[in-house]
Design a protein. Structure first.
Length: 282
């Protein structure tokens, strides 16, 4: 059975000029539609759900558009778009699905920019963090985006119910995640690292986790590690199949939330490869 994709055309309604623009998820949606996936429409998260992670003052500033930085514009109605993206992650967590929504979320902490970084990397609300917190489950968060999820690390650092694992390119934005800190396991990798070495490193990272302690896996699914993308680690489509396979072999319920990946058609193909690797090895 194919993993269900959580998606709403409403998320295409902002940011036409930006690199994190609607074209990336629109093209990915078209690829996945052609592959025969079933789609589900999310509903926006409510303020109570958002407050499990974000402070009230920060939410007020997002509502009022007082959040603009050099790469995260204060678009009209951005709070509504961000709430809907969180809703996508919440629905994905309930159905063990894949949220194909924007804006992404893993760079934003409780109060905005995180771990000494002064921008929020296209993010407004931390989708995966809210979904994990709402689930109440002991969760392994695996972040395969090519940029370190500094917001997710800040939120869950020291949390006994969460282990955060990230493989990301370094040096690159946001410049964090250069070493492991407690429950946050980081592997900073050079550009064009290559699929074989990446998978070996992923195996090493997952081997550091006591899986018996966890009830679920949440994947920050970024595909900007693909050859030629913004945080390339030299991965190709087949490598994502192998990553999905490794998630399946953890033998835990899992859900997936889109982060980066900026070449839309490739993102769609990579998602399909990743989900096939996952589904065929359950």
């Amino acid at each position: 059975m194919k993993t269900k994709i959580v998606y709403s055309e409403k998320c295409l309604g902002y940011g036409t000029w930006h690199v994190e623009g609607p074209q990336r998820v629109k093209a990915a949606h078209e690829v996945l539609q052609a592959k025969g996936y079933e789609f589900m429409e999310p509903t926006p998260a409510n303020d109570e759900e958002l407050l499990t992670i974000h402070d009230a003052d920060y939410l007020f500033n997002v509502k009022k558009g007082l959040v603009e930085d050099s790469d995260t514009p204060a678009y009209d109605n951005i709070y509504q778009f961000a709430r809907l993206s969180v809703g996508g992650a919440l629905l994905a967590s309930k159905i063990n699905g894949f949220s194909l929504m924007r804006p992404p979320g893993h760079h934003v902490g409780r109060n905005g920019a995180a771990l000494g970084v002064y921008t929020r990397g296209f993010c407004y609300l931390n989708n995966i963090a809210i979904a994990v917190k709402e689930s109440g489950k002991h969760t392994l968060i695996l972040d395969i985006d090519g940029h370190h999820g500094n917001g997710t690390q800040e939120i869950f650092q020291g949390d006994e119910k969460v282990v955060y694992v990230s493989l990301h390119q370094s040096p690159n934005y946001p410049g964090t995640g250069n070493f492991t800190e407690g429950n946050c396991i980081n592997f900073a990798l050079p550009a064009n690292y290559g699929g074989k070495r990446y998978l070996e490193t992923l195996d090493k990272a997952l081997g550091m986790v006591d899986l018996a302690k966890f009830e679920a896996v949440a994947v920050s699914a970024g595909f900007d590690t693909h050859q030629g993308d913004l945080a390339t680690l030299g991965l190709v489509e087949q490598d994502y199949f192998e990553i999905g396979k490794r998630v399946a072999l953890l033998k835990k319920p899992a859900f997936f939330v889109l982060e980066g990946g900026y070449v839309g058609e490739k993102v769609g193909l990579d998602i399909d490869s990743f989900l096939r690797g996952y589904e065929e090895n359950l």
